[in-house]
Design a protein around this ligand. Structure first.
Ligand code: GZL
Length: 325
């Protein structure tokens, strides 16, 4: 009898101990209702610029800030973006943010988003569309202005001098490529002393940039300038030049775009002569747009971000130290 009583007390004490140690019941799992849900279709991860752009969006549209961000990396393929947008529609997100790979081919899927009542914010590159009610607004860069800026610098330093130009283009059909190429074409038209000796897309990647320039050097092509439509292709070109015993900034002048921190270090060292800024930090800008929409306000249809450019005369250590990307 005594033994049974002892056992009963032991069991009761054990239950009490286990209950006391049990963690407090967790609140009902947070649901989407607690957040503004944003589906973000991103081009890919092809460059430092793109990675900085993604990080900026993730930092701004964080759960701490009241967002649930669904990020899709399209690996530079438009068809993957179209699939991602349809998935976002199916999931019933509150907003869709699209960083488009190319300008054309969006009408059908954006009409589906409109039918679902989901606002679409376009960021970075532009889209060419038959009905501009299919997107709420766009925020990005003036890519033609960037191209013209680079040509103004070339004009100031090489007007009247012969220039054999190698042109490394970005993704064909992207607004960044269209605008920067148009700027160079205007320069070639106004400067008959400049000659375009090669033009090819490097897809904004370092590997392709290096591959293209290595092939030119192997073929014995001679050139004075590389007009690279982004920093990563410029990095590849620089590696190719150095591997061939050439000194970038001396044997060959390099113009680039994006102006990421590493590229500006190369401007400081003279390897890149001029770098036109293309600011990727769109996260806070997109978040501000969403906040306006949440308050029932209408954001501007088109917003161009302020940008600058750097050469060896204008780059400073404080610019490098404070560079956000
Ligand atoms: C420009 C952006 C371009 C960058 C590249 O806004 O679309 O794509 O210049 C990036 O570095 O890959």
């Amino acid at each position: 009898m005594k033994r049974n009583f002892f056992y009963l007390i032991s069991i009761l004490l054990l239950c009490l101990a286990l209950t006391a140690c049990a963690p407090a019941p967790t609140p009902a799992a947070e649901t989407y209702e607690d957040f503004v849900v944003v589906g973000f279709s991103q081009v890919g991860a092809e460059s430092d610029w793109r990675n900085a752009n993604t990080a900026s969006m993730q930092q701004a549209l964080s759960e701490e800030n009241g967002y649930r961000l669904i990020l899709d990396d399209a690996q530079q393929k438009q068809e993957r973006q179209i699939t991602a947008i349809r998935n976002f529609i199916h999931q019933g997100v509150d907003y869709i943010v699209l960083a488009p790979t190319t300008e054309k081919g969006w009408d059908t899927v954006l009409a589906e988003a409109k039918d679902a009542g989901i606002p679409v914010i376009i960021v970075d590159r532009r889209i060419e569309i038959s009905d501009d009610s299919l997107f709420t607004c766009w925020i990005g860069s003036d890519f033609l202005g960037e191209g013209r800026d680079a040509v103004r610098w070339l004009d100031a330093h090489y007007a009247g001098k012969p220039l054999r130009i190698v042109h490394l283009q970005g993704n064909i059909g992207s607004t960044a490529q269209i605008g920067r190429t148009a700027g160079l074409n205007e320069g070639l038209t106004s400067h008959p002393e400049w000659e375009l000796v090669y033009r090819e897309t490097g897809d904004f990647t370092q590997a392709k940039g290096q591959e293209l320039v290595e092939a030119l050097l192997a073929d014995g092509m001679e050139f004075d300038l590389i007009f690279s439509e982004n920093d990563n292709m410029a990095y590849g070109a620089i590696d190719a030049l150095k591997n061939a015993g050439l000194t970038p900034g001396k044997d060959v002048t390099i113009i680039s775009f994006d102006a990421s921190r590493h590229a500006l270090e190369l401007v400081m060292s003279g390897e890149i002569s001029y770098d036109v800024e293309c600011n990727p930090l769109h996260g806070p800008r997109v978040e501000a747009i969403i906040q306006r929409l949440e308050r029932g306000q209408t954001p501007p249809k088109l917003t161009y971000v302020e940008e600058t450019a750097f050469d060896t005369e204008t780059i400073t250590q404080s610019t490098l130290d404070s560079r956000g990307y």
